[in-house]
Design a binder for this molecule. Structure first.
Ligand code: PGA
Length: 253
């Protein structure tokens, strides 16, 4: 089932008290104002997952980690595995964010393993792809993004792929205030979906949720979300403000 999803990516921000306050504000606003069927996800730092899960209780808001290991258990100091996340009841994990690719050297081969581990632990990976500015300017963005998708996901069975969410995030739009136009977003989402269809067929491709990320704000969300191949958003900076984030959720209808 292709689902509408709005996921916040808090990155490395907030103390525990601030995280609880933001969660409580988001929860209140979602309960009071959100009538649509979009899934709302908060991608929060590891140390806050368990406490925020308790705080959210039976609410419809879901939690996501921002990374997980390519290993299950063992002597990997500082790592957190998908099985650990599963054991504390976390349903989503963001994988392959451009900041992980850029600062922590994550590549397609590693991400394919991380995706496998997440799926084996029954988590939903939110797999990120997207081109840097120089690639966009060189006009090779479609080739790069389809390669990123292929490297990390095309070894999966159709059934496994359908349990994965994709987020297209042009690197030049992340945290820059310079969002892709809705036409640029739609074009790339259609390219990704077509590429998936070329391997898995249209029926499978049409069930995959593809989110747009990169300077999504309350004032541009409606236009982005109205594109036929944009199934929601992965929201960084604007997810740190409850009012703005919930307005983005409402923009999906
Ligand atoms: P941004 O970040 O909304 O602040 O541009 C998006 C992301 O990095 O996921």
């Amino acid at each position: 089932m292709r689902q509408k999803i709005v996921a916040g990516n808090w990155k490395m921000n907030k103390t525990l008290d601030e995280a609880k306050a933001l969660t409580s504000e988001v929860l209140q606003l979602v309960n009071a104002e959100v009538k649509g069927k979009a899934i709302v996800v908060l991608g929060v730092p590891f140390p806050y997952l368990v406490s925020l899960k308790d705080q959210l209780g039976s609410s419809s808001i879901k939690l996501s980690a921002q990374n997980s290991s390519q290993h299950d258990w063992g002597a990997y100091t500082g790592e957190v595995s998908a099985l650990m996340l599963k054991s504390v009841g976390i349903p989503y994990v963001i994988l392959g964010h451009s900041e992980r690719r850029q600062y922590f050297g994550e590549d397609g081969k590693l991400l394919a393993t991380k995706v496998d581990k997440a799926l084996a632990a029954q988590l939903t990976p939110i797999f990120c792809c997207g081109e840097p500015l120089e690639i966009r300017e060189a006009g090779t963005h479609e080739a790069l993004v389809t390669k990123q998708v292929e490297e990390a996901l095309f070894h999966l069975s159709a059934e496994a792929l359908q349990k994965t969410v994709i987020a297209y995030e042009p690197v030049w739009a992340i945290g820059t205030g310079k969002t892709a136009s809705s036409q640029q977003a739609q074009d790339m989402h259609a390219v990704i979906r077509k590429h998936i269809a070329s391997k898995y067929g249209n029926d499978v491709a049409s069930t995959i949720s593809i989110l747009y990320g990169g300077s999504v704000k309350a004032d541009n969300a409606k236009e982005l979300f109205s594109c036929p191949d944009v199934d929601g958003g992965l929201v960084g900076g604007a997810s740190l403000k409850a009012r703005e984030f919930v307005d983005i959720v409402k923009a999906i209808g």
